[in-house]
Design a protein around this ligand. Structure first.
Ligand code: KG4
Ligand code: ZN
Length: 340
């Protein structure tokens, strides 16, 4: 019999609720928080308050859109971490209360695993091949995390490499901030880069052993580069925003793909998936396609709405845990740092 799972995501600045019927998405509602725009980044306390405001309307809308009655739900899945503690507490508390009220299981979901499991969302045959066979490698690139993971099954994840400082999304956002672009800067750089020359400027790439990444140095080199240019031309950014964006984006993508290639070569795995907010980047998608052609990879890229934070991925991850009868206790508390 089909299972209906409600997924709740509140780890950062998006309040989201989704309903799945097995692996099919019936509703995926996301309320973005605009309050952070004026601050150039997410303000944790404002995020918690906005989640408090949004959570009930968002969940109500998800259940209404899914066109089910709440007593048809079989389980409540929620993001337990990693993320902002105050934000996670809102989703966690609501999930517990709702599960208790309905008398159904509570299911905890790791946000990073959920980004990967977004590949198992039913695509109605719209993308082919639709979901990766195991094992596959996943490059998860978001605002808070950058890692290469070997995925052996729905529950078995091995981190092969990860950032030792900033995440790739942070590199995009910080570079955008230096350029005076609005937050979050990743999508802004993506837009501007489309009309720029990716080889106009070259920024040094970090030398990090193995499959780990480092992105904090790029921010500093961009900062110094722009500072020097501004001395000669106070309107340098305005005059060169397309080339700057394309060159910054290209540097980040090159670093990401170099290590992914190394991971594929060292594991012999050629099934490669992309996940997380930065996987929405059009340049990264294009270059991954090219790398896949050159190295005979089978690649998997989530639909844009399942790349950035969303509850559909939480619901799908919850569905697999439900089948495994991996339920959470009502005394479960959120965690801020990654446990992978
Ligand atoms: O996965 P996500 O929505 O939230 C986290 O779990 O962090 O990722 C957000 C990050 C932000 O840094 C944002 O700038 C970046 O994803 N991002 C992009 C694009 N869309 C979102 N970066 C580059 N190009 C994009 N098109
Ligand atoms: Zn995320």
């Amino acid at each position: 019999m089909s299972k209906f799972i409600l997924g709740i995501e509140s780890s950062c600045d998006d309040t989201s609720a989704a309903v799945v019927k097995d692996t099919k998405i019936l509703a995926n509602i996301i309320a973005n928080q605009q309050v952070h725009k004026d601050y150039g980044g997410v303000v944790p306390e404002l995020a918690s308050r906005a989640h408090q405001q949004n959570i009930i309307p968002v969940i109500h809308q998800a259940i209404t859109t899914a066109n089910i009655a709440k007593n048809q739900l079989d389980g409540i899945a929620f993001t337990r971490g990693p993320g902002l503690l105050g934000s996670l507490l809102v989703g966690t508390s609501f999930a517990k209360t709702f599960a208790l009220a309905l008398g159904i299981p509570l299911i905890e979901v790791d946000h990073l695993k959920a980004h990967v499991l977004a590949h198992f969302i039913d695509t109605d045959g719209k993308s082919s091949p639709s979901r990766p066979d195991f094992p596959f490698l996943c490059l998860t690139v978001s605002g808070g995390h950058t890692q290469i993971v070997r995925v052996d099954d729905h529950f078995s994840f091995h981190v092969l490499g990860q950032t030792i400082d900033d995440a790739a999304g942070e590199a995009f956002d910080k570079a955008a901030k230096i350029m005076g672009l609005p937050y979050p800067g990743g999508p802004e750089i993506d837009k501007l880069a489309k009309q720029g020359n990716a080889d106009a400027y070259r920024f040094p790439e970090p030398r990090i052993n193995g499959l780990n990444y480092s992105f904090s140095g790029i921010k500093t080199s961009i900062l110094y580069f722009i500072r020097d240019k501004l001395k000669k031309d106070p309107d340098f950014i305005q005059h060169h925003k397309h080339d700057l964006s394309a060159s910054i984006q290209n540097t980040i993508i090159r670093i990401l793909l170099q290590k992914l290639l190394l991971a594929s070569q060292s594991t012999g795995i050629r099934r490669i998936a992309l996940a997380g907010g930065v996987s929405a980047n059009s340049g990264l998608r294009e270059q991954l396609k090219q790398t896949a052609k050159d190295h005979h990879w089978e690649i998997y890229m989530p639909r844009i709405e399942y790349s950035t934070d969303n509850a559909a991925m939480i619901a799908i991850a919850g569905y697999y845990s439900f089948l495994d009868r991996a339920f959470a206790g009502l005394d479960t508390t959120p965690y801020a740092r990654s446990r992978m």
